[in-house]
Design a protein. Structure first.
Length: 423
């Protein structure tokens, strides 16, 4: 409502207080509810995407960091640098391998070690691996392709992989000590060889030699390449095929949380007290560095997407407010004729667009928070909502609404009363 305020004997000046301005803006918003809802939709989507993206990024990053800490921070590998030709140290006790035969027992004696052992790729140039004894030339190329590999692994290394058995059991120290011809299959290798069960005592034939299948691994926490191959005891591999040649042996160690760095320092000396320089321990990388890098990459990508949504929302508000100015030209002319000043018209339309942006920001914030919580519950995660992502969100909506309404409001203020009333 316009009121006149006297400044002496002249014509009274009009004024528009904040209560009347808010009432006029609210009337303009409520007068066309359908259009107002569609106008807010862009801001709702933009702010909702902003909150949801930051919340899901924080939540997912927390899960990545948790998984990394549980798995990678408990894994230590030891490289045989002598066998790989990177040192001129004395020859190891076993030709072609510097790791001692009792590696499993020595590793278990270290404080903080859960399991550990030796593994390598068996040096067979053209292995024939089949699920049938009568391998013909035709079936050889089909069944013993490079997809199925042959690995040697001690029982400790096999357990350190933390395999998940689909069926059967793992071989153990009994099979290792007696160099038994037994094996464990990865799920992919088992599928290629046509073996799905072990209760009928199947066998895999490696260059014509039968190896009894004790179990099939469906998944593994470490050394995922084992799912593509056949794993046999390391002593059996040494007896039948000799030490590793192209790819030197490695030791795989599963440690308790927080013990990896200590184990990495002690393991070479525990395994080769005479020549610890033959072995090189590789501790896990810093989990905080990796988690921060993942967080930065994900946040940068998703914030760009959220910014695009916010720009779309701002364009929607500006377009709708401009259309409202064109539709209400006669109303604007009547207000000007009754004494409204240009700044009053500007303030009215700015208030309307800001109210639409603020309301859209509030609704979008609620939707974004709900998306994060529902997703976390569905995935059994812990929802992480940072204050910097939630608290400023309604203010972002207000800012978008204000910025989007500047041009339409200024255009409305420039409308002359006489021109408006003639339309």
């Amino acid at each position: 409502m316009l009121r006149r305020r006297r400044h002496g004997p002249g014509i009274a000046a009009t004024r528009l207080n904040w209560r009347d301005m808010c009432a006029e803006a609210l009337a303009g918003v409520v007068q066309r509810p359908g259009r107002s809802i569609l106008t807010m939709l862009g801001t709702i989507l933009g702010v909702g995407a902003f909150v949801a993206v930051l919340g899901l990024t924080s939540t997912a990053t927390g899960q990545i960091g948790k998984s990394f800490s549980v798995l990678q921070d408990t894994t230590v590998t030891i490289d045989d640098v002598a066998a790989s030709g990177r040192t001129g140290s004395p020859a190891p006790e076993t030709a072609g391998i510097s790791l001692p035969s009792d590696t499993d027992a020595r590793l278990r004696g270290l404080n903080g070690v859960v399991d550990g052992g030796t593994w390598w790729t068996v040096p067979l140039r053209h292995p024939t691996i089949s699920g049938r004894p009568d391998v013909t030339e035709a079936t050889t190329s089909a069944e013993s392709s490079s997809t199925v590999q042959l690995f040697a692994a001690s029982p400790g290394a096999l357990r350190a992989m933390q395999p998940k058995l689909a069926t059967g059991v793992l071989y153990n120290e009994f099979h290792q000590g007696r160099t038994e011809k037994v094996c464990v299959l990865g799920s992919t290798a088992a599928h290629l060889l046509g073996i799905t069960r072990v209760d009928n005592q199947p066998a895999v034939f490696i260059n014509g030699t039968a190896y009894s299948v004790l179990g099939i691994i469906s998944d593994t926490q470490r050394l995922p390449q084992g799912l593509l191959g056949v794993l046999i005891p390391s002593n059996t591999a040494l007896s039948a095929y000799g030490p590793p040649s192209d790819n030197p042996a490695q030791a795989l160690i599963h440690t308790r949380p927080g013990a990896a760095q200590l184990v990495a320092r002690q393991a070479p000396l525990a395994l080769r007290p005479d020549h610890p320089e033959l072995l090189h321990a590789v501790p896990p990388p810093d989990p905080h560095t990796l988690r921060d890098q993942v967080n930065t990459d994900l946040s940068g990508l998703f914030l760009l997407l959220a910014a695009v949504c916010l720009v779309v929302g701002a364009v929607g508000i500006a377009n709708t407010t401009l259309v409202a100015v064109l539709e209400r030209t006669a109303e604007i002319g009547l207000r000007r004729a009754l004494g409204a000043r240009p700044r009053h018209i500007t303030a009215q339309f700015l208030t309307e667009s800001t109210a639409l942006g603020g309301l859209g920001g509030l609704i979008g914030t609620g939707i974004g928070v709900a998306v994060v919580v529902i997703t976390a519950i569905a995935r059994q995660w812990t929802a992480v909502l940072q204050p910097y992502a939630v608290l400023p969100a309604p203010l972002i909506g207000l800012s978008i609404g204000f910025a989007a309404g500047v041009y339409p409001a200024l255009r409305a203020a420039r409308i002359e009363p006489l021109d408006a009333l003639r339309r």
